[in-house]
Every structure is written in structure tokens, then in C-alpha cells.
Ligand binder design. Sequence first.
Ligand SMILES: *Cc1c(COP(=O)(O)O)cnc(C)c1O
Length: 345
Amino acid sequence: MEAWQQSLAASLSAPAAIAARFGLDAVATASVASRYPLRLTTHLLELIETADDPLGRQFLPHEHELAADGLAEDPLAEQQLAPLPAIVHRYPSRVLLLAGNDCAAYCRFCTRKRRVGCAAFALPFGELLKGLDYIAATPAIREVILSGGDPLLLPDAALAELLERLRRIPHVGVLRIATRTLSVLPERITPALATLLGRHAPLFLTTHFNHPRELTPAADEACARLAAAGVPLANQTVLLRGVNDDEVTLVELCEGLLLRRVRPYCLHQLDPVRGTGHFRVPLERGLELTAALRRTVSGLAVPHYIVDLPGGRGKLALTPQSVVSLGETAVLRSAVGELVELPNR
Ligand SMILES: *Cc1c(COP(=O)(O)O)cnc(C)c1O
């Protein structure tokens, strides 16, 4: 076993132990855990101070997860967009390959909360190989996004095999790997892994940091190692009530990412997934925060504010109202709210 696998195996997942450690109600913790899995890595156990701090909120169970919130299990209709268990294909040019159904930490607001970590949705390697056949037979696909679960929970040998097989498909250009490990299991980013990923360029890695406290020395080292190996880094943040829905936190996060050579890529509106209603932030607030970032930080550090439309209608970038009117002369609203005319013909 590699060191990161031993570390993962040492995680805390027993509901009683988690409840005792953080002063949670033991019965509520056990009932949440019986529906949605829990896992706290050693790294997270060091980071979480209290159940209601920005880290505790993201990873510790809450009874609201079981509330009748009227939200759908699969609002993005991924199940309908899945020609095979390991594939989600919504945009012709790019496809998700669900490279495993397990995760190191099970964020409580996960968009695939209905399935990640559930045995009924396990994805054995054979299913991944069928996914590769689908990609090979679909020439419109130019980019493959390894998602999951967390693809970096695959052992190096399995990941290497997947990447090599993908590289043998001539129409596949860009590879992307989406992982939560830099926040929750940074020791996964070993020198050997960085070298492996660097060998398959152009391969982009999308990290998932939601709060500046996730930017630990161990995460810094992982970012530096990947960047040095030639792996471009982009970050996805989910906008979460009580975690990062304030200007100071988002500014510190986005600037902190850029300093670590991670380009803030998307600020995601939380998908309306059953069991995550207590994290919801209204769009008005997200737009205000996007405008505040635009006024405050480097353009390189401003993420797109993205809402993934229900029913599988795709992602949409929202911008604060900037176009007032068009015509001979356009009227635009500046970042600080001034109306400005611009010759337009
Ligand atoms: C988010 C997503 C993508 C990637 O979208 P980008 O805009 O390229 O980041 C691709 N396929 C599916 C199904 C997605 O949900």
C-alpha cells in the first residue's frame, strides 16, 4: 500500500466516533450516515475545529440532509444523459468519464450525493473500459473529463492505464481530471503521480477549493508539484451558505489560488440537489459577489459564475447586468455602476 492509501484507510468514518469527536447528536449522525456516507481524512481532522466552521460545515453531517426539502435527487438529469454507467454526455465535444464512484471525503453538498460512495452505483474497471469504447466510437468528442467520485482514488497503475488508452484515441485532444484530493488528501499528489499526469499533456487538473483555510502547506506543495510537472491547474468553487458567501472569504480564496498558480475557473451556483438545501445562496447574492470580485482582484483571479440549468440544459455563465442598451451607441454599466457610452458601429 502506498502512503496515501494508508492515510485514506486511517480516515474516520464511524458515525459514533465522528459524533463524539465534534459534539454532534449521535442518533442524527447515524441516520444521516445510513443514507449518505461519511469520511474524514486525517488531514481534515486536523483542519476542522468546530462543526460550524467553514470546514466542519462542508464535511460533517447535518440533520437537514434528511429534510423533505422538495429538491430532486438528480436535477441535472445526468441519469438520462448517461449512455453507459460511466459516461455523462451532454455537450457534443466533451464528455464526463466517471472514473470511480468513491471519494476521499464526501462533501455534504455533493452534486452526485445520490450515488457517490453507494455500492449500488459502483464502477468497476470493466465499466470504465466500456466508457473508453464509447469515447473511441464517438469522433465528436475532443475532450474527456475524468470525474466521479474522485478519479485520483484510482491507484497509479489503473490511472496510467486509463490515460494511456485515452491517448490512443486520435480524436481526443484535451484531458481534464477533476479532484477534491488537494483539499482533503493532499498526500495523494505524489511525485510519481505528478510525473504520470505531466506525461499525458495537454492534461488540465481542476481542483476544488472552497475556502482559504483549505490552502494548507500540504496543498501548496501539491499545487507546486503539479505545476512543475507541466499540469495546468484551474479551480472550481461551489458557492455555499455559511462557508464562502462573503466577499472577504472569496477574495482571499481567489487571490490565494492565483498565488499558487491555480487559475480560479468557476464559481458554481449550488445545484438544487436533495439534501443540500441548507447550503443554498440566492443568485442575487452570487451576482453581487461576482461583481465584488471583478472590482477587487486581478482579472486572472475572477471565476465565471456558473449555474448548471436543471433538466440537463447545460451550464450558463451569469454576469451582473452590464449591457444597458445596444445600437449606434451602446450604454454599458461599469464595474462600479456608472453608465458609460461606447461607440458601437
Ligand atoms: C460541467 C460539465 C462539462 C464541462 O463543462 P465546461 O464548461 O467545459 O467546464 C462537461 N460535461 C458535463 C456533463 C458537465 O456537467
